[in-house]
Design a protein around this ligand. Structure first.
Ligand code: AAT
Length: 277
């Protein structure tokens, strides 16, 4: 197919963009919470865009979803009940239920339209949502967490950037509510943006998680379509040390391995210094 002259540009901050040539605009709408577009790109396949920001693409989704799910899921020795906050595309749920111990996985996504459109245009990402162990709640993740104390083994926060309905998902009170919603040996992880352009946020979230959980760690992976390509995740754990993990329960991954698990906690010097401040 001849290349079109249509380009999608994400304004990653006021001074930085990423551009992808697109073949086709597949869907556009204004939901109750955000604008939502699905476009077919030449390089990365179908791409989901919320409020102008890239959420996921066919080609690189596996990195983010595997890293946000399998690092904390393996940190817990026997995760039975898991909560995913946000993540309406279903990618984190798909990875979480690969762990054979999981009996129930709850999705709390604020925007039901994201779930519906993902099922239509990203069936391989949304595939886990129809698993009998999965319960889908169209609800604010903050309220869900507040209303379910002492309930979950693992909580995974797959949220949009800290704007609009996701602002509260980066607040210290939220991490305290997550702590309370976890059982006594629970583990939590959240996506925490780019180490190159979101340093203030990473440092603040790390401090807040450190104040809330006995164990706090930053880890990272590479997601080519996210701003700067280097992506951070913050893990909080009540008891289990993510660095003590020595089992791998999932075989069908494309990025995650036991070696990657440990390597992802090795921080470049500038990040070590950022967290020391
Ligand atoms: N799986 C990768 C895609 C996402 S989507 C993040 C989701 O969080 C969106 O569907 C959004 O509707 C949902 N969301 C935002 N705020 C809330 C809330 N308060 N409660 C529940 N769900 C919420 C993440 C992409 C990361 C982007 C990196 N640039």
């Amino acid at each position: 197919m001849a290349n079109t002259h249509l380009w999608f540009t994400e304004l990653q901050n006021e001074d930085l963009t990423i551009g992808l040539r697109i073949k086709k605009i597949l869907h556009s709408e204004q939901t109750e919470y955000q604008t939502m577009d699905v476009v077919e790109t030449v390089q990365y396949g179908n791409m989901l865009v919320l409020d102008g920001c890239i959420m996921t693409t066919d080609k690189d989704e596996f990195v983010y979803h595997e890293m946000l799910a399998h690092v904390p899921m393996h940190t817990h020795p026997n995760p039975k009940k898991v909560l995913v906050v946000g993540g309406g595309d279903g990618g984190i749920i798909r990875e979480a239920i690969k762990h054979p111990s999981v009996e129930k996985a709850v999705l709390a996504e604020i925007d039901g339209r994201v779930i519906e459109i993902s099922k239509q245009y990203f069936p391989h990402i949304a595939s886990g949502l129809s698993d009998p162990r999965v319960e889908v709640h169209v609800a604010d993740g903050i309220l869900h967490v507040q209303n379910h104390p002492n309930e979950y083994d693992v909580i995974l926060v797959d949220s949009t950037d800290p704007i609009g309905p996701a602002v509260g998902l980066f607040a210290k009170e939220f991490y305290q509510a997550v702590f309370n919603a976890l059982k006594e040996d629970g583990v939590f992880a959240a996506q925490t943006e780019s180490p190159f352009i979101n340093q203030d946020l990473i440092a603040r979230v790390y401090r807040d998680v450190q104040d809330t959980f006995p164990i706090a760690k930053l880890y990272w992976g590479t997601v080519p379509t996210y701003p700067t390509g280097m992506w951070s995740f913050t893990l909080g754990s009540k008891k289990h040390d993510p660095l003590a993990v020595n089992t791998c329960r999932v075989a069908d991954t494309k990025y995650y391995t036991p070696e990657i698990h440990h390597a992802s906690f090795v921080l470049p010097k500038f990040l070590q210094e950022l967290l020391r401040k």
